[in-house]
Ligand binder design. Structure first.
Ligand code: DI6
Ligand code: FE
Length: 400
């Protein structure tokens, strides 16, 4: 049994209470991959005397980071579309003209599972290098049962190749593939629902997601998806209110969703529904930035209602080609006026809640999995403050 005792650090536990849950002069003991001790350095039980002692030189320690919304498995890239947007085309125009998600669909269908893994690895490694230990990965670019399952198998393989926890989501209801043009209900009935059953049977899906939007699926269609997920016992979440307000967040909340994500166009009724059902708001500043969105998510309404706010990269080839959670934190502060403490809670405690993992990760507490990030920093606000700079010193744990 390996026991290690980390001493001489500033501990941002993110447990609430004091800002950042900050503890000075505390030690953290790790036993068999769990946090077994958080105690003042002057008050360490004698049983810890034989543990390996590691001096962290006064550095800042936080929970390892969690990216709770990504699409890092995909084929190809959309750099040409980036150019088109700079020439004046809008994201929605490109999508309606057969570009956008559907162009990534073609590249994803053409890629083998191994090729998807290879192309996702550098993105995954960039996140890990910033102290990330848990990453959610969605399907959504295959848009047939076979190719959606291939994406999730690639996601699972990534988790075997690197010391990270991968949480998968079945997002077949992401876009309508061309072969189902004008037949969205047929696509739901023939691909989204039976594929979900198969993904569940093969242990490939931990949750079910969808894109509720004018260019994607309606609330009625999403309702069918959620009802099937409930039958299978899979938790749900939703891309909602990104480009317009269809009431998706309230629908998701009523279905017990763990999170509703994006939310720029969320209104007060949607906020209320999320608060009532304990649905986490996942804000995605990388997509807001890339699409040069001007409608801000209602951060103050969410705060006032006590809705937990998480933030994530939304790493995807179209609306958020962003593989940095630290930059995401900076964007959340600068673009959304979140505080650095809210940004850090958004990639730790609240991101864990969004994934249904708050009993396991997201704060530094005895009994939780020992997944920590050690930073060359003194103040927690330094993590969100710098732009394009990675102060990670050491990542502990994550190999679950
Ligand atoms: N909203 C997004 O921002 C991504 N998916 C979604 O539902 C965009 C995906 C893409 O453009 O490839
Ligand atoms: Fe997304």
């Amino acid at each position: 049994m390996t026991t290690r005792l980390f001493v001489n650090m500033r501990l941002a536990t993110m447990r609430g209470g004091t800002p950042y849950g900050l503890l000075e002069d505390h030690a953290v003991g790790i036993e068999s991959g769990r946090i077994a001790l958080v105690a003042p350095e002057g008050d360490i039980p004698s049983s810890w005397r034989s543990a390996e002692r590691i001096d962290l030189g006064g550095r800042l320690v936080t929970p390892a980071l969690i990216d709770c919304h990504t699409h890092i498995v995909f084929g190809g890239n959309r750099a040409r579309e980036f150019e088109m947007r700079l020439e004046g085309a809008s994201y929605e125009e490109i999508a309606r003209a057969g570009g956008g998600i559907v162009s990534t669909m073609s590249a994803t269908r053409a890629a083998s599972e191994g090729e998807l893994v290879e192309s996702a690895l550098p993105r995954l490694d960039a996140l890990i290098a910033e102290g990330v230990s848990t990453i959610e990965i969605k399907s959504g670019y295959g848009l047939t049962v076979e190719h959606e399952l291939k994406m999730l198998r690639a996601a699972r393989r990534l988790g075997e190749m690197r010391p990270v926890r991968i949480v998968t989501s079945w997002l077949a209801a992401h876009a309508l593939p061309p072969e189902y043009k004008d037949r969205p209900d047929g696509y739901i009935g023939e691909v989204v629902l039976p594929g979900m059953t198969q993904a569940k049977a093969e242990g490939l899906a931990d949750a079910v997601d969808g894109f509720c939007e004018g260019i994607a699926f309606s609330p009625d269609q999403m309702q069918r998806v959620f009802e099937h997920a409930h039958k299978l016992g899979l938790p749900v979440k939703l891309h909602a209110e990104q480009l317009s307000n269809l009431g998706g967040a309230a629908l998701a909340a009523r279905h017990g969703a763990r999170s509703a994500d994006h939310l720029e166009y969320l209104d007060a009724a949607g906020v209320k529904a999320m608060a009532e059902h304990g649905t986490v708001a996942v804000l995605l500043p990388g997509a807001f930035y890339t699409l040069r969105e001007t409608q801000l998510p209602p951060v103050q309404l969410l705060r006032d209602a006590g809705v937990p706010i998480a933030i994530a990269t939304d790493c995807n080839p179209g609306s958020s080609p962003l593989a940095s959670l630290l930059l995401t934190m900076n964007m959340a502060c600068t673009l959304f006026r979140m505080t650095p403490e809210e940004a850090l809670a958004g990639v730790t405690r609240n991101a864990a809640s969004a994934l249904g993992l708050s009993g396991e990760i997201g704060t530094i507490e005895e009994g939780k999995s020992a997944e920590l990030a050690v930073w060359n920093a003194e103040e927690p606000a330094e993590l969100a403050y710098r732009i394009g700079f990675n102060p990670l010193h050491l990542r502990i744990g994550g190999e679950n």
